[in-house]
Ligand binder design. Sequence first.
Ligand code: S3P
Length: 173
Amino acid sequence: MNTLFLIGFMGAGKTSVSQALGQLLHRKVVEMDQCIAEQEGMSIPEIFAQKGEDYFRACETALLERFSNSEPCVVSCGGGVPMREENVAAMRRGGTVVLLTARPEVILERVRDDHNRPLLEGHKDVPYITALMEQRRPKYEAAADLIVDTSDRTIAEICQMVLQQTASSGSNH
Ligand code: S3P
């Protein structure tokens, strides 16, 4: 099995599911936001505020290029990654793309107390989350090899679904 790229909206469960998959598969886990923050020596909100979103997006693309050519691992992608065509191409070249979804109400509960997501600061409400999610949905779905709704499932159930579907789809490019 090649690299698994986990994509999806903020709060969809990419970080937790990636950690669990990494343990199950004995694979290295790459948390893109954390890598970029370490590389830049700043938090994600500081990068957005001081260097701008375009700079952050360029960091994402450069990082993704690296991991699409690396040994098989599990990559927890930032929520905006599938918005760029070149990112989608890099992920599809490098492995299998798993889209995690969740209902907006569930997302809101998960992100409510977090202040590391500049795009949601001041917008922590269901209408905003729904609108941004709908806007992104076509690109998320087009990028995905498989889709798992995390709303009412445990991490273990989600991992099981990902592993089963990856095996049965023969998605091993
Ligand atoms: C973003 C999602 C965040 C982070 C940044 C932008 C987005 O990652 O990359 O705040 O555009 O959806 P998570 O999806 O891991 O929260």
